[in-house]
Write a protein that binds this ligand. Structure first.
Ligand code: PEP
Ligand code: MG
Length: 553
């Protein structure tokens, strides 16, 4: 048995076989030890395998998402047959004595660059496809893994996972995560909370764990590889206990989020895609306070069309019945990258072209999303929210584009309902001008993950800074109070949709500050309701943290 410790993201126990996912770098060997015909044969065999994979992917996509989305895999098959492409590979093998993987990788990069600089929109769009098929062939040639698959439930062990890798996971099989890197506010951690599965970060993982039985003990922040029978039994009992506790919490379903003295607060849930809506209903959230719509883009091989997005938003709105669904417009950039956006590599991506900045620079893209959201508003109570706002001007420009979309839809005879428009307060600038911003919108939702990052100047992705990342920092709590007061002065509501909203040590503080809504991962809804229902705001302050901030109430 081997034990390793880390930092726990979610308290809970996961027991299952471990799958070590290796995401190696891009480097491939250049010099070949084989003859040219042998290298060429390796390339041809790899292409045949890639074609077979693409045929399977086409069939899977056809069944799951329809012909339009599946067509991309057809295009990939055609690109692999392109003679210019294969001739270029052959030439590099012949003239440079290179391996098939080197020749493929170089050809892919050359073609992608050429395509990206073409005038024609169609060819420009093919640049990412060329890179994609080249990576597929290189992976086959080098035996690398690109996706994470398993037939049985498993514990995923990895150095780190990018948001696009997490979207390709078969989540129904995922029991828990163990990663070497990642921080408690990274999107991998958020995914673990959304799915309510134990996760450990900062663990000195070991490749030899692959295929072994493992236990994540989220309470003690450790992972056991190849545990003894005795430990396995003890952990199974602990796990059964958790299941029992969860069942107890289920008794709180349909009960109001009301303190003992009668103060009510809205408890909503955060989601990343349609599949999470089941969890929202299961945990009885009153609405969706944050739909991270960028995951639709991360899951798609190319820009999702208006109709494709409309179908997703409509399904969520319909499933939630008359409950509020707040769709945040695209928040890509920084750690969330979709290759077909071809965003330039930046020195400081968290401070770069992301979120509303992308939407305002690419209004066509923005309009596609806004039109889809507006059309879905005819099927439920849909609201809109703009991310990463720093100025009144940005809000006005975004609203002007929204008005254009409404006019277009009206002219086309398409129906839509009135949508509330809100903004994320997640930059110190937006906090400071909250009074001005409140006059422009219907609500505020505080993104404390980014607000903490930008206020404390601490990269939320950097695990080494976790010890410095203090979510209870007085600067953050004072900012929250400032925003709530500004919102109330102008008659709008203010909520929190960052991870801090689920921090039970702060529930009393938030209620006493007058926060109107808390939007948390679905699994955190009922524990939060339990906490709220045990508070009495007419009595003395109960929690130590709330005592510390008494001057704010
Ligand atoms: C936040 O920044 O707190 C937030 C909710 O948005 P995200 O985590 O998606 O950046
Ligand atoms: Mg954010």
């Amino acid at each position: 048995m081997e034990v390793a410790t880390g930092k726990s993201i979610l308290k809970g126990i996961a027991i299952g076989r471990m799958h070590v996912f290796k995401s190696e770098g891009d480097a491939v060997q250049k010099e070949s030890e084989l003859s040219q015909p042998e290298e060429w044969k390796r390339f041809q065999t790899a292409v045949e395998k890639a074609q077979a994979q693409l045929r399977d992917l086409y069939d899977k996509a056809l069944e799951e998402v329809g012909e339009e989305q599946a067509a991309i895999f057809d295009v990939h098959q055609q690109l692999l047959e392109d003679e210019d492409y294969t001739d270029a590979v052959k030439n590099i093998i012949a003239t440079q004595g290179a391996t098939a993987e080197y020749a493929t990788q170089t050809t892919g990069a050359n073609f992608a660059k050429t395509f990206a600089s073409m005038e024609d929109e169609y060819f420009r769009a093919r640049s990412a496809d060329i890179e994609d098929i080249s990576r597929r062939v290189v992976n086959i040639l080098t035996g690398r893994e690109d996706s994470i698959e398993s037939d049985e439930p498993f514990i995923l062990v990895a150095d780190d996972l990018t948001p696009s890798q997490t979207v390709s996971l078969d989540k129904s099989k995922l029991l828990g995560f163990v990663t070497r890197y990642g921080s408690s506010n990274s999107h991998t951690a958020i995914l673990a909370r959304t799915m309510n599965i134990p996760a450990l970060i900062g663990v000195d993982i070991n490749d030899s764990w692959d295929g072994q039985m493992g236990i994540i003990d989220g309470y003690n922040a450790c992972v056991y590889a190849d545990p003894t029978d005795e430990l396995l039994k003890a952990m199974e009992e602990k796990h059964a206990n958790d299941v029992e506790q969860t069942a107890l919490l289920q008794k709180l379903k349909n009960k109001p989020n009301q303190t003992l003295d009668g103060k009510e607060i809205k408890v909503y849930a955060n989601i990343g895609n349609v599949a999470d809506v089941g969890l929202v209903l299961q945990n009885d959230a009153q609405g969706i306070g944050l739909f991270r719509s960028e995951f639709i883009y991360l899951e798609a091989p190319d820009f999702p069309t208006e109709d494709e997005q409309f179908e997703v938003y409509k399904q969520v709105a319909e499933t939630m019945g008359g409950k509020q669904v707040i769709i945040r417009t695209l928040d890509l950039g920084a750690d969330k990258q979709a290759p077909y956006f071809k965003l330039t590599k930046e020195e400081n991506p968290a401070l770069g072209l992301r979120a509303i900045r992308i939407s305002l620079t690419r209004p066509d893209l923005f309009k596609t999303q806004l039109r889809a959201i507006l059309r879905a508003s005819a099927f439920g109570m849909v609201s809109l929210m703009f991310p990463m706002i720093i100025s009144v001007d940005e809000v006005r420009r975004a609203k002007a584009i929204l008005e254009e979309c409404k006019q277009e839809l009206k002219d086309e005879g398409q129906s839509f309902s009135a949508v509330q428009v809100g903004i994320m307060i997640e930059t110190p600038a937006s906090v400071m001008i909250a009074d001005e911003l409140a006059q422009e919108v219907d609500f505020f939702s505080m993104g404390t993950n980014d607000l903490t990052q930008y206020t404390l100047a601490i990269d939320r992705q950097n695990a080494e800074l976790d010890d410095f990342y203090d979510p209870h920092h007085p600067a953050i709590l004072r900012m929250i109070k400032h925003v709530v007061d500004a919102a109330h002065r102008h008659g709008i509501w203010a909520g929190i949709c960052g991870e801090l909203g689920a921090d039970l040590d702060l529930t009393e503080t938030f209620l006493r500050m007058g926060v109107d809504e808390l939007s948390v991962s679905p699994g955190a809804v009922l524990p939060l309701r339990h906490e709220i229902r045990n508070l009495d705001l007419q009595q003395e302050i109960k929690s130590d943290l709330a005592k510390e901030f008494e001057d704010l109430f």
